[in-house]
Write a protein that binds this ligand. Structure first.
Ligand SMILES: Nc1ncnc2c1ncn2[C@@H]1O[C@H](COP(=O)(O)OP(=O)(O)O)[C@@H](O)[C@H]1O
Ligand SMILES: [Mg+2]
Length: 294
């Protein structure tokens, strides 16, 4: 029995979490069914740490005791690869949800990280941008799928491709929060215009509950422009920007080669600390915004 997208009161809910080896932990919640919180990580620019943020935040949230599902919506399948899964060999993928009506629960797979599941991407995802718009109400396929089956996760994070097309629209309609990773550099900051335009369009038209938060990534504190632009971004977006900033850390590249989130590959690294602090900031926001169990 899953946690509904909109959540409603139940008297008794058994949420099953699993330990790969032996025990099944049964947690019993009285009162409200905790909701699954959906996050889209999007920006039409590539190389701004969308995938790195998805996997690192996923790792940090799972260490905080949350059940997390990561969804790879990018045909390039970097998220799938970052978790040590070969996109060419997956049996089930996000395409089964988008094209074949499979439920998200039926196509998710465990990863090497406890509490962190994945819906993989595969090469077929290349077709999505072209063929999704042929379908009626195509922008809501993902949202409807996420609502239809039972999903027992605290957080679902949707890693988007570097474009603002049909796939990203699906993610923005399914999400309660859009995280926009951006570098504190001129071109990246300039490009925020487009992604904020897409946000406003969807927020005004079909998903009024969607909030957004900018996340400064790959900050080089020795670089004056990075420092100055970070300050400007903090001032301009004051309440719509994460207080925690992610600095440059080469260990993040190593962790994706190792197929693990940084929080599990190198827990003592600076970026593991920063993504852990970001997860705490996110959890605090969600707890303030969403009704919690009594
Ligand atoms: N904070 C960081 N410090 C150093 N390298 C990073 C950082 N964040 C991401 N990277 C690297 O930058 C590249 C692009 O990141 P990625 O997450 O794939 O971006 P996107 O998904 O937006 O295209 C990857 O090689 C990744 O390892
Ligand atoms: Mg990516």
């Amino acid at each position: 029995m899953g946690k509904g997208y909109n959540g409603f009161p139940h008297f008794l809910v058994y949420a099953f979490t699993r330990d790969v080896t032996s025990k099944i932990v049964i947690s019993v919640t009285l009162g409200w069914v905790a909701m699954t919180y959906f996050i889209a990580v999007a920006n039409q620019k590539g190389g701004v740490a969308k995938t790195t943020t998805t996997v690192s935040l996923g790792g940090a949230l799972s260490l905080a005791g949350k059940e997390v599902l990561l969804v790879d919506l990018d045909p390039q399948a970097d998220l799938t690869l970052s978790l040590g899964v070969n996109p060419g060999k997956v049996r089930h993928a996000i395409t089964d949800v988008l094209f074949n009506w499979s439920t998200p629960a039926s196509v998710s797979q465990r990863t090497n990280v406890d509490g962190l599941d994945l819906i993989a991407s595969n090469p077929e995802m290349e077709l999505a941008e072209r063929f999704l718009p042929v379908r009626k109400n195509f922008e809501f396929i993902l949202r409807n799928a996420m609502n239809s089956g039972s999903l027992s996760y605290d957080y679902v994070i949707l890693d988007c491709p570097p474009s603002l097309g049909a796939i990203t629209s699906n993610a923005l309609n399914a999400a309660q929060m859009l995280i926009i990773p951006t570098l504190p550099e001129f071109f990246s900051v300039h490009a925020l215009r487009n992604v904020l335009g897409a946000y406003r369009r969807i927020h005004n038209k079909s998903n009024p509950k969607l909030a957004y938060r900018i996340l400064i990534t790959m900050q080089d504190i020795r670089n004056r422009i990075h420092r100055d632009l970070s300050i400007q971004l903090m001032e301009n977006f004051s309440t719509s920007i994460f207080k925690n900033i992610i600095q440059i850390d080469t260990k993040l590249r190593e962790s994706s080669i190792a197929g693990l989130p940084i929080t599990h590959y190198h827990p003592k690294s600076r970026s593991a600390d920063q993504y852990t602090a970001l997860a705490a900031e996110l959890i605090q926001y969600v707890q303030k915004t969403i009704p919690q169990p009594a």
